[in-house]
Design a binder for this molecule. Structure first.
Ligand code: APR
Ligand code: PHB
Length: 398
């Protein structure tokens, strides 16, 4: 049998998405060493098109920890959003309603790029394109991660393992059945998302509710628009040539006052299913789950990355405290501390999602309920405040 090269680190991190990279960065600032193992290539990870709305607290954290330079330059600060329904536009003044807080439009893959550069510049270890990752002895004081590089077996011995490997990763399934409670809700619709090289037709995001279903106009830059439409979850992208997508977008976004949608070349196009998912607890022995490995939210409200950031902030502090003082109460409290925010965000994402999507097979009840909700949010300061404070994101707990 081939001998297995063994290396050691304090925290072994599986996954180089926003959760894994930011955790590694925050641990480094606290003097804790980590190694990140990622099964994809650096190029692949940095090119994946994902959501692009940073809550105020997320943007602040990146700036405070020295990875916010490009964000400050290229991020687009928004103070409001538009709800569009009944053929009319209704502005929600997020910042006025939520104590001056804002959101920043900045692609998730740019956050990943910035964090990767910062880690590598600081001498951090990120191993891309590793294969056959598995975690072992997680209920002992000497957990380890095994993997292969070019077919050669390797072992990383750690004090702790952070499972930041997303929804389809290997860490969560390594926890014995019975130790976790799973809460799962699958929605009967999906999003077809496009990226188009055309200046956005709007300054602020438009969340649109139409008889034919939800539509969203977002953006990435002054030259790049990001748009979505509600489709069946098992819809085949082949049924959606570019002309059909634009036609559907025109129909759903149409309003009475002559607003028009600019078209441009579509450079990325994909369909994603939607679900709400949580496991409790987010820890087993010395394995801690963070980000999508522990929970998924539907994309309405763009909370996924923000939630991942909140998790690893808590985890990095708990680990730093353990190394500094030997205290383990913060580690023991990790899951409870995160789940509080996770469930608040689950409820908000579910609420936004159900309010803005057409329910397949609806006999008209859900449709009228949705319109009533939208009219209430658009006309009541109290209702709009609820949307605004959740949308810009609750401040981090101390
Ligand atoms: N071994 C190593 N790496 C893995 C493995 C594995 N077996 N399985 C998955 N990964 C990697 C993926 O390739 C990905 O780069 O783990 C990373 C997980 O990253 P994300 O899926 O981005 O999850 P997370 O960091 O929790 O960020 C949450 O990202 O997925 C979006 O919508 C999500 O916005 C949310 C945010
Ligand atoms: C995006 O820009 O990709 C985006 C914005 C808002 C959402 C979801 C996605 O609610």
């Amino acid at each position: 049998m081939a001998s297995q090269a063994v290396t050691r680190t304090q925290v072994g991190i599986v996954g180089a998405g926003p959760a894994g990279l930011l955790l590694s960065h925050l641990l480094h600032l606290a003097g804790v060493e980590s190694v990140v193992l990622e099964n994809r290539s650096r190029e692949y990870v940095q090119q994946r098109v994902r959501a692009g709305v940073l809550e105020q607290a997320t943007a602040d954290l990146l700036a405070e920890t020295g990875v916010g330079r490009r964000l400050a330059r290229d991020g687009i600060v928004h103070h409001g959003l538009e709800l569009r329904f009944d053929g009319a536009a209704h502005r929600i003044a997020l910042s006025d309603l939520a104590g001056g807080r804002t959101i920043v439009i900045y692609g998730q893959q740019k956050v990943v790029e910035d964090l990767t550069e910062a880690r590598l510049a600081a001498g951090g270890q990120i191993h891309f394109e590793v294969a056959d990752v598995s975690v072992h002895d997680i209920d002992s004081a000497e957990p380890k991660i095994r993997y292969t590089v070019g077919g050669e077996p390797r072992e990383l011995a750690c004090d702790f393992i952070a499972g930041c490997d997303g929804f389809h990763g290997v860490c969560r399934p390594s926890i014995p059945a019975g130790a976790l409670s799973v809460y799962d809700h699958v929605y009967p619709y999906g999003w077809l998302g496009i990226l188009a090289t055309v200046p956005p037709s709007t300054d602020e995001l438009i969340y649109c509710y139409h008889d034919r279903g939800f539509a969203l106009h977002s953006l990435r830059s002054p030259e790049l628009s990001r748009l979505y439409i509600q489709v069946d979850p098992d819809e085949d992208i082949a049924n959606w040539p570019d002309e059909r997508i634009w036609e559907e977008l025109h129909t759903r976004f149409a309003i009475h006052d002559g607003w028009s949608l600019k078209e441009g070349p579509i450079v990325d196009k994909a369909i994603t299913a939607m679900r709400s998912f949580v496991v409790e607890p987010m820890q087993y022995g010395r394995l801690f789950l963070a980000g999508d490995a522990a929970h998924i939210v539907p994309p309405t409200g763009a909370k996924g990355m923000n939630l991942a950031v909140a998790d690893v902030r808590v985890l990095s502090r708990a680990l730093a405290e353990w190394y500094r003082t030997g205290r383990r109460d913060l580690l023991d409290g990790y899951s409870a501390a995160c789940l509080d925010r996770v469930w608040r965000v689950q409820d908000f994402s579910y609420w936004m999602t159900s309010m803005l999507h057409r329910e397949p097979g609806d006999d008209g009840f859900a449709h009228r309920r949705n319109l009533a909700r939208l009219r209430y949010v658009a006309s009541s300061r109290a209702a709009a405040t609820g949307l605004a404070e959740n949308y810009v994101g609750l401040p981090f707990a101390e």
